[in-house]
Design a protein around this ligand. Structure first.
Ligand code: SAH
Length: 266
């Protein structure tokens, strides 16, 4: 598909060429039109969790809510307890071999994933895990091109290793620290992916110019008033000279990256 080729091109050749990004946007617009015509959302994400309440908030607000209303992203939350046949809706048990902490059992997870997979094809079955691949912008870019994703949120000591061996195709960590559950990490991932779906942000070009898209941080931004108690907006931003403004932003972005994240400059 033209769109996918376009984005692949952009990801691989993201060398600060703003014009090629603008060209790409035309193709993104085609893509939105195509899926709207089919009357189905561009992307579907199924989240599997034992704490659905935690996940509702992030998706009922702001940009992700708009994505849903525009029919661009459908997020479906599954309560794992609905898939267990154990008494008291049990989904976890003591670990074999002893030791503190419960482990999430394979059966309810397998039942849920298999039911979903019988209904549609999935690009990935993702497990949020502190020992997974560290989430970054290129991973979010790639995943934003998916059609259907499953995201499994762990709890307690995590899930039975056999789930990871047999069902999971991608493991993602949001940072080198341990949280008590996969719900917040999953919300972070869905937000990072969702805002990249063409049509979700009001101004699609916005996401292309954010920090990390080109291994470069974003430049400083300003808004009204022009003068706040003597704190002035740089004159060039008010000049109306697009070329100069663009050059200024580029220079400030490079300066900021060199100062804060020299590792990105390679
Ligand atoms: N015993 C595990 C940690 C389990 S934490 C270990 O030491 O690796 C419980 C759950 O929270 C995990 O199954 C995972 O789904 C989620 N989680 C915790 N920290 C995370 C992180 N940094 N990134 C992604 N998911 C995380």
């Amino acid at each position: 598909m033209k769109f996918i080729l376009g984005v692949e091109f952009y990801i691989i050749n993201s060398n600060h060429n703003f014009n090629s990004k603008v060209l790409l946007l035309t193709e993104l617009t085609d893509y939105i039109g195509r899926d709207k015509a089919k009357n189905e959302p561009c992307m579907r994400i199924d989240l599997i969790t034992v704490l659905p309440e935690i996940l509702r908030g992030p998706f009922d607000n702001s940009i992700l809510k708009r994505a849903h209303e525009k029919g661009l992203l459908e997020v479906v939350i599954h309560n794992l307890r609905d898939y267990t046949t154990y008494k008291h809706k049990q989904v976890d048990d003591y670990q074999f071999g002893g030791g503190a902490g419960m482990v999430m059992m394979i059966e309810p997870i397998a039942r849920c994933i298999e039911q979903l997979k019988s209904q549609r094809d999935y690009d990935h079955v993702i497990y949020m895990s502190p020992d997974g691949q560290l989430l970054n912008q290129p991973i979010a870019n790639k995943l934003s091109m998916s059609k259907n994703l499953i995201i499994l949120c762990g709890h307690y000591k995590g899930v039975d290793q056999r789930v990871r061996d047999h069902y999971i195709t991608l493991e993602i960590s949001i940072g080198n620290y341990v949280l008590s559950g996969g719900e917040l990490p999953a919300a972070v991932l869905v937000d990072a992916i969702g805002r990249l779906i063409p049509g979700v942000l009001n101004d699609e070009s916005s996401a292309l110019f954010d920090s990390f898209q080109d291994d470069i941080l974003a430049p400083p931004v300003y808004t009204r008033p022009e003068d706040f108690n003597g704190l002035k907006v740089p004159q060039i931003m008010l000049s109306g000279d697009e070329k100069k403004i663009s050059q200024w932003r580029h220079d400030r972005a490079e300066e900021r990256t060199a100062e804060r994240r020299p590792d990105l400059l390679g």
